[in-house]
Design a protein around this ligand. Sequence first.
Ligand SMILES: NC(=O)c1ccc[n+]([C@@H]2O[C@H](COP(=O)([O-])OP(=O)(O)OC[C@H]3O[C@@H](n4cnc5c(N)ncnc54)[C@H](OP(=O)(O)O)[C@@H]3O)[C@@H](O)[C@H]2O)c1
Length: 301
Amino acid sequence: MKKTTLGYQKWREKHLTPLTGRVAVVTGGNSGIGFESARGLLALGAEVVLACRSPERGADAVKRLQSEFPGGHVSVELVDLASFASIDAFAENLRGRYEKIHIFLHCAGVYYPREARTVDGLPTTVGVNFVGTVRLSGAVLPLLDADCRMIFTTSLTDRFGRVKGGDALAPDKTEGYPAYARSKHLLSAYVCRAAATRGEGQPAFIAVHPGITATDLLSPAKTSHKPLFSRLGHAFLYVFTHSPEKAALTALWAAAGNVENGACIGPCGLFGISGFPHRTRFAPSVRKSACISKTFRAKKP
Ligand SMILES: NC(=O)c1ccc[n+]([C@@H]2O[C@H](COP(=O)([O-])OP(=O)(O)OC[C@H]3O[C@@H](n4cnc5c(N)ncnc54)[C@H](OP(=O)(O)O)[C@@H]3O)[C@@H](O)[C@H]2O)c1
């Protein structure tokens, strides 16, 4: 493991294996948990591609990572999960650049975004967190084989998501928390099902949730919440929850730890809000939505 200012070194040395020669893609890698995951992957020796929607924020993240990991391989590719055309172009680009992606970490996400609709007319939260993520996963799937890992960042809120009347793309009046919980519920159910029905030659499908942490997810520039609410929310999370660096350990364990297809990983602390990663289970409501309630369960250690 390369020398850095990364924390939790003992835990990293005990649970993570080197990734030299491996290629990892991180969506949302310019910020928050995605950025911390990219740091951790670079420290393990992986070549990292940050999949970002903003060229400026992507380039800035590459600069910061290069100054911490001189000689590390990190680059940026553009993708906007709110646009099918952008997702398809990104995947085609990636297929032209690489024969194989060993780790694909879906980390990009939004909470109560300012834009009501995606380019393709979907409600943005579900459109980005679920529909765009799943479309991207399908578009890059041919690049990942059986010894690769497709990792999805879901949330503790997945169990509270409701899909009324089977309408996953429900109208805007449910934007905000209900739409976020619904998007993560659908995503978890997708991962649960993909793992259970995994075809020969397909990668391991793994769900991770980071607990709760203070990132830009609630920043006034990104959410429709009132700026004061966003700032107070961020300050509260900053004081009372674990750091983005620690929150990223669940993704790093999924990427470089002893983790199998169908695993669901979250922090081990009270209510799964913070702490070091451990195996947990998909919530019953998620398994029900995946229609495999009794046929598939991630084992506890
Ligand atoms: N923070 C928490 O407590 C928490 C809890 C549970 C789950 N999560 C999940 O963790 C993941 C990372 O969130 P975070 O907390 O690290 O927040 P963050 O700092 O805001 O990071 C979100 C990332 O997603 C990117 N993104 C947003 N919309 C996108 C789009 N349309 N196309 C491509 N990229 C897009 C953002 O890009 P820009 O920088 O350009 O906006 C940013 O890089 C999300 O999936 C979130 O739902 C977070």
